[in-house]
Design a protein around this ligand. Sequence first.
Ligand code: BG6
Length: 491
Amino acid sequence: MISELGNAMVIFGGTGDLTKRKLVPALYNLLIEKQLPDNFFVVAVGRRDKTTEEFVEEMEIALKEFSRNSYDENIWKNLKSRIFYYRLNFDGTEEYLEFDTALCKLEHKYETRGNRMFYLAVSPEYFGVIVEKLHEYGLASDNGSFKRVVIEKPFGKDLESAKALSKHITHAFGEENIYRIDHYLGKEMLQNIMVIRFANAFFEPIWNNKYIDHVQITSTETLPVEERGGYYEKAGAMKDMLQNHLLQLLALTAMEPPVRLDTESIRDEKVKVLKGLKIYEEDEVNDYVVRGQYGPNEEMGFNGYRQERRTDPDSDIETYIALKMEIENFRWSGVPFYIRTGKRLKEKTVEVVIQFKSLAKILYLKELDEMMPNQLIIRIQPTEGVFLRFNAKKPGQTNDIVPVKMDFCQNCEIGYNSPEAYERLLLDAMKGEKTLFTRWDEVEYSWRFVDAIQNAWKKERPDFPNYEAGSHGPKVADDLIERDGRRWVNE
Ligand code: BG6
């Protein structure tokens, strides 16, 4: 059956990690769930010489390792019959014309009506040149069909370069056809944040500075930088995680209710949060932001960052950051948002903690030195769910009070196999649904915030390494929150 979604998915950087770990498994899972149109095919574009057969074989091995659904020969047979490999120099000239001809032939065979989704999974320095060539050689001209471009992060390295890139891409494709992917937005529980907030009578009325003491957003990883040292040396935790994923998570947590649930209304509210972020003055940066880099842990057999492959042995790049952020609006004035992210830590956790203000020290609280405050914890990874901590009477003859938990674990149910972020995002891009992609102004305001910090950092050499691989992170991060009389929640 020919479907409106039918399209050619052209992956630039097709031989890279993302294709085998995420994109091909996502397509495979979509096929299992009968979500992919019949008129669909994939062309992986790379600079290496290789045949389609060789490429497909590599993908089969990867699929067995990375797919959330187990390997099914028939499904794979179906998918592999639609995968092709094409060798191309990204900065070539006439080669793009030949590539167009090859694409047209496949389009004819698969009846995709000329719909094309170009997926840029390449190093950022190639974004501009590829887009330019696609435009120049007519591969991106719409001719009554859709031509979309999906771009992986980082979108620029600062505000200035992001603006230049945006200009380039908009010229070739138009903002309406640009899909800036942030895979965090494809995660089930991130999408659930809006539902939790705006579909429950008991949360929204207290979601403000009158009742909330502070918010913590954590994304910690146990993995080191692995094979991505070259990229990470230019990105660091700030550009790899904060500028995109964590600021999106913050925006969803803090945004005002949108007037409607359509794409632009939601993006309008997210951007207001980013616009409202307090931008630090240069001499304030150290009071609000701390950074860290992991050192070796011999006992656990872990390298330090400086010993990882393709990193500078004298590197100053941060593998950890913690920040105290403020949103300058009526809802959040006076409520700090503590954010932290880092690599090679003790645990893998992504979560948002909303900590409510304590009650007055009367009645039950009068006698107690310390009382566990009420907390709402939205767990995004590795478990998905919501968990509420409140105080209750300890059973027995006394009036002792103990904190208890109410736990809703979404992926603890047997058989529950939550779709991967990329599945949702690829399908949305095919459908032309842009809510879970970032709009240019969101990118712009996040860079404004990040640039102020990076500029201050350039002037001061950090004292690295300052945390041990496999630990909870640097002491400076604990100091940052503890000097406000608060503590990180490490569940
Ligand atoms: C990617 C970063 O965007 O997100 C990686 O480039 C990081 O460095 C990854 O490991 C984390 O994603 P997740 O989904 O595992 O939290």
